[in-house]
Write a protein that binds this ligand. Sequence first.
Ligand code: FPP
Length: 252
Amino acid sequence: MASVSNTSIDTAEPEEQASSGPRHVAIIMDGNGRWAQARGRPRLFGHHAGARRVREIVECCPQYGVKYLTIFAFSTENWKRTQVEISGLMSLFRRYISKEMKALALRNVRVRFIGDRLRLDAKLVQLMDELEHETEANEGIHLTIALNYGGRDEVARATKRLAQDVASGQLSPEDVNEETLPRYLDTHVLPDPDLVIRTSGEARISNFLLWQSAYAEYEFTDTLWPDFTSEELGRLCRKFGSRERRFGAVST
Ligand code: FPP
């Protein structure tokens, strides 16, 4: 993969800062397989093109005032794919983290991973831990990568930990509410997403950030992920800025 310069990502003066723009954008990166198929190439060819696209999208975030970007890289359901595709994706993640992500890290990106690490191979988990550790002081863009992530699985794991705290007397059942439960989610340090984008023309949320997206705006674009550009992200951010978010209240 191509290298990147050491220039730090600076969010001080975004060129196109819309105060009403989304602060946290979450993306379901779909369509890599179809993109490859349209070129007569194997599915992994599409995943590699998709991985290259991630960098462009991370780098353009400051331009649109996006401070948090969360991307869906591998779901708890993706284990149903062929062994060839799964091992190809795992090796892509390892390679990406050791090269591309470390380069991004030098550019002031703070990287976090969400999802269940127990089923991932030890080498990959080690790289993920290292990258989180190496970037923990960065404050440019907060990039969160969902890897072996499923919203229902996350809520189930959170509930288990919460139940353990109740059983040990650290938490009273009366204190279980909308504020305490999210503290047990993988995303506990992140704000909720404002805008969730899914590429490739599918209008589903596929178990992504179920709790966190309760009041998110959704955008479904026909563009396949490897073709998704920073310009398109900019257009969707501007469109978001023109929407009225009422959070259950009425217009004033
Ligand atoms: C969905 O497209 C995409 C995935 C399951 C993998 C997403 C992975 C990447 C974009 C590459 C790597 C990312 C990082 C963070 C390094 P699909 O295969 O379901 O496409 P299809 O619906 O056309 O078959």
